[in-house]
Design a protein around this ligand. Structure first.
Ligand code: XBP
Ligand code: MG
Length: 263
């Protein structure tokens, strides 16, 4: 094998978490925020619709600041607003982890199957997410079992980087930690912010599975856009990109997308 063909092989899958591994936003994070607000005696209540607008801003603490600036200007901020928000966010994380421990949120179709196939083939796995590290382990524990945390060589999450998605920093951090280049990677995302982050980290192989909050977003630059990864007998719908040979995404699909993306 030449150095050139080596360079172009698909070695690493980088997974986003919220919206990609599981549909966590509407019935997970949103409810956990509302529980934290009620517990703190606040009358803030994030509806499904409002939450869709708030999702423009990634990161729970950043999202609460954005809410106050844009949607609740009447709120009299305490002197230490950052500390107040951080406290609310801690409570929100506690509620969210509890919901996951109770099995509230399953993985999206195809995720478990694809991870298993990638592991058997010896691909290296990592996570690049905006959410808090504890939320990642809570989701992995409750869906794939505690041992699955070790399947991911790097879990790049939350405040590890100063600038959250759409900034590329979390992807760059993960790839640097693994000692890999963007050409070796394929990123799986669900949102325009996530796609931008991966793209600006120079990753060219980009698979998007949309959800109700992200369906209408701009995914130009993605290698393939689907409604889900699909399963045998549960075909995925292709929204943009090449047709799926088997009706669902498997490792052969990812290798094909990766080859095509390298040009
Ligand atoms: C999703 C997010 C996160 C979660 C909340 O990021 O934007 O902010 O909504 O998580 P990704 P925290 O899709 O990149 O995983 O409250 O822990 O920040
Ligand atoms: Mg996401």
């Amino acid at each position: 094998m030449t150095a050139e063909s080596n360079k172009a092989s698909l070695d690493v899958l980088l997974f986003d978490v919220d919206g990609t591994l599981a549909d966590t936003e509407r019935d997970g994070h949103r409810l956990a925020f509302n529980r934290a607000f009620a517990e703190a005696g606040l009358d803030w209540d994030w509806s499904e619709e409002l939450y869709g607008q708030l999702l423009q801003v990634t990161g729970g603490k950043e999202r609460m600041h954005y809410y106050l600036e844009r949607f609740n200007r009447c709120f009299e901020p305490p002197p230490d607003l950052a500390g107040f928000i951080a406290g609310l966010h801690q409570a929100k994380t506690r509620h969210y982890a509890q919901m996951l421990a109770e099995g509230a949120i399953p993985l999206r179709p195809g995720v478990k199957r694809l991870i298993a196939e990638a592991r058997s083939a010896g691909l290296r796995l990592a996570i690049a997410t905006t959410t808090t590290p504890l939320n990642v382990s809570a989701l992995l524990d409750s869906t794939l079992g505690p041992e699955s945390n070790d399947w991911f060589e790097v879990i790049a999450a939350g405040d590890l980087v100063a600038a959250k998605k759409p900034a590329p920093d979390i992807y760059l951090w993960a790839m640097q930690r693994m000692g890999v280049s963007a050409e070796q990677c394929l990123a799986l995302e669900d949102s325009d912010n996530g796609l931008r982050a991966a793209r600006d980290a120079q990753i060219k192989a980009l698979l998007v599975t949309v959800n109700d909050y992200t369906r209408q977003q701009d995914f130009s630059g993605a290698s393939l856009v689907l409604d889900q990864l699909g399963e045998p007998g549960q075909p995925a719908q292709v929204l943009a990109g090449p047709a799926l040979a088997k009706g669902y995404v498997d490792l052969a699909t990812l290798r094909q997308l990766h080859r095509q993306a390298q040009g």
